[in-house]
Write a protein that binds this ligand. Structure first.
Ligand SMILES: C[S@@+](CC[C@H](N)C(=O)[O-])C[C@H]1O[C@@H](n2cnc3c(N)ncnc32)[C@H](O)[C@@H]1O
Length: 231
């Protein structure tokens, strides 16, 4: 049986007990991939230097999309900025509110908070959160309506053109064979015997992101920057 919102549940278990079972992703080709341990998504101290470098660019009123446990929003709030989070998981909103982060519970593919922001954050590979190229385009278009002039989006994602592992290359070929975009992912969260629901995730290459940004009225001013050994 599927466990709804398994990622949120695992984070909540860790938040309340200090331990958790391993976090894995099971791709729709059957491959099991180890993710970061759950504590990475819960502990604020787990921010990487590159995340901190880019967060320095955040200014004004900030919306953290897919805010999870609020580890990013908390860091930004500590810098004195007015930040809200939005996530569709009640478990994650519970944790982020316990950290005094104003948090909306919404599916951002359908709704966005009715406010005007100066900075939008998409961390934890959040550029992939829309799940498909069409949904990413749709989100970037809608963000024009919820942002001030000169607003910025700071986003993190994986670049499918830098993937080197045989299994990733095989999956990319499979995508093309299935007439899907190269960087399309369909997977579910797995933790020991518990599994979540399959969902789409996106890994978008910088040249395509630039094209989509241009089409939706945004401009890429910085990046991509890669962590050593990462994609
Ligand atoms: C990989 S986690 C990253 C969390 C956080 N940004 C971080 O870096 O720790 C992705 C987050 O996006 C949220 N999410 C995914 N799809 C969403 C949607 N359509 N609307 C709102 N939140 C969503 C998940 O619940 C999860 O908290």
């Amino acid at each position: 049986m599927e466990t709804p919102d398994l990622f949120g549940l695992l984070c909540r278990e860790y938040f309340e007990t200090g331990t958790s079972s391993p976090l894995q992703l099971e791709r729709d080709d059957g491959t099991i991939i180890d993710d970061y341990p759950i504590k990475h998504y819960v502990k604020e101290a787990s921010l990487r230097p590159l995340e901190k470098e880019y967060l320095e660019l955040a200014r004004g009123k900030v919306l953290d999309i897919g805010s999870g446990t609020g580890r990013i929003a908390q860091y930004v709030q500590q810098r004195g900025l007015d930040v809200s989070g939005v996530d569709f998981s009640e478990h994650l909103a519970h944790i982020s509110r316990a950290r005094n982060i104003h948090t909306y519970v919404m599916d951002v593919k359908r709704t966005l908070p009715d406010e005007t922001y100066d900075s939008i954050l998409l961390f934890g590979n959040g550029l992939g959160l829309p799940g498909t190229i069409d949904e990413l385009t749709h989100l970037l278009k809608r963000l024009q309506e919820n942002t001030a002039e000169q607003a910025i989006i700071i986003g993190e994602g994986n670049d499918p053109t830098r993937m080197k592992e045989e299994s990733d290359l095989h999956y990319q070929k499979r995508n093309l064979h299935l007439c899907r975009y190269l960087g399309q992912r369909n997977w579910r969260i797995r933790s020991e015997s518990r599994t979540g629901t399959y969902f789409n995730w996106l890994q978008v290459e910088p040249s395509l992101l630039e094209k989509i940004a241009h089409e939706t009225g945004w401009q890429i001013l910085k990046g991509p920057t890669y962590d050593e050994g990462s994609q």
